[in-house]
Design a protein around this ligand. Structure first.
Ligand SMILES: [Zn+2]
Length: 329
């Protein structure tokens, strides 16, 4: 049961379990990995294991300590959320707290989320404690970018890297825990880029689903319509202007799907798998060379976002170029 509910990250979890089993838990860890990979969940499991009353398979999830951790009020486990800059005062408070012996059980654990939000003074203040914390203490620092911490901080911690998760694992997680069908789960997993948190966020984000429907409609409209109608599509880009990059990515994923489906005849590797009928329809009227050209055109427009190309001009040129490709024999 230990470390349950975490998707993927077997390697990290294995090494933590081994350390727990052999009573070789480090005094300081640095969990590094993208937002949404479960850094905090794993840190809480580790902290929970350290204070768990069971003598095997910790955390047991059932003892009074474990229950307190999961309800967020175990007195020996403190979490700094790091929503804004973590200043030196906050770290000094933490150090003072660290010096106090645990009064419930024998261990204490501190989790610093967004550890890179510690300013330089705060990081320097933490250094000494990080080097020689009291034996009953484990510090767990979480970050998306270890290189924005002082090298002296990093070198005093045992670094555990979290990597993107297999899409299959995210898919099963969504099916089993979020009560959605296989096709939607496969689509969300593909868009998540291997980040569980991102898949969950997309699931609950109606704007994303609206934009995706808009893109599919746009791609449908681009098939075999006249020039004037194509230029009408610019209003969609205007409405969604802050999300232009995402729209381009959605378009690329759509045409990539047409390519994959055309080439393999199977939906297995298709991202927008819940749109089988539309894909099937569009694939009939298009050849592979054209799809490749269209992806290239969209990628160029996406790159233009970073340069000074005027917004409307960029979209217009892209739509016209796509239309030109589609109208060629
Ligand atoms: Zn327990």
């Amino acid at each position: 049961m230990a470390f349950k509910g975490i998707v993927g990250q077997e390697k990290a979890i294995e090494s933590l379990k081994r350390a727990l089993e052999h009573d070789q838990v480090a005094h300081a860890y640095l969990f590094e990995g993208a937002e949404g990979l479960g850094k905090k969940a794993i840190a809480l499991e580790l902290a929970s294991a350290l204070v768990c009353n069971s003598n095997k398979d910790r955390p047991c999830g059932k003892c009074s300590s474990c229950v307190k951790v999961s309800s967020g009020n175990h007195p020996e486990i403190k979490v700094i959320e790091g929503k804004g800059t973590i200043k030196v005062d906050e770290i000094r408070e933490l150090i003072k707290d660290i010096q106090l012996k645990p009064y419930e059980g024998t261990r204490k654990a501190y989790i610093i989320c967004n550890a890179d939000k510690m300013n330089i003074q705060a990081q320097n203040a933490l250094l000494k404690t990080l080097e020689e914390p009291p034996l009953y203490v484990t510090l767990i620092l979480l970050t998306t970018k270890g290189n924005s911490l002082l090298p002296t901080i990093v070198s005093r911690c045992q670094t555990i890297k979290l990597n993107p998760v297999r899409l299959e694992d995210i898919k099963s997680y969504l099916i089993n825990n979020k009560n959605i069908d296989m096709e939607k789960a496969q689509m969300l997993a593909a868009f998540s880029g291997g980040i569980v948190g991102r898949a969950i966020e997309l699931l609950d984000n109606p704007d994303f689903h609206q934009r995706r429907e808009g893109v599919i409609k746009l791609c449908n409209n681009l098939m075999g319509t006249k020039l004037l109608i194509i230029l009408d599509q610019i209003s969609f880009f205007e409405e969604q202007r802050p999300h232009t990059e995402e729209i381009f990515d959605l378009m690329i994923s759509w045409y990539r799907d047409l390519m994959v489906y055309k080439e393999t005849g199977s939906m297995d590797l298709v991202i927008n798998v819940d749109k089988k009928e539309v894909i099937d329809f569009q694939v009939k009227g298009i050849d592979l060379g054209k799809v490749r050209d269209i992806i290239f055109i969209i990628e160029k427009a996406k790159n233009n976002l970073k340069s000074n190309v005027q917004f409307h001009l960029n979209i217009e040129v892209m739509l016209l170029n796509i239309q030109e490709v589609l109208s060629k024999w």
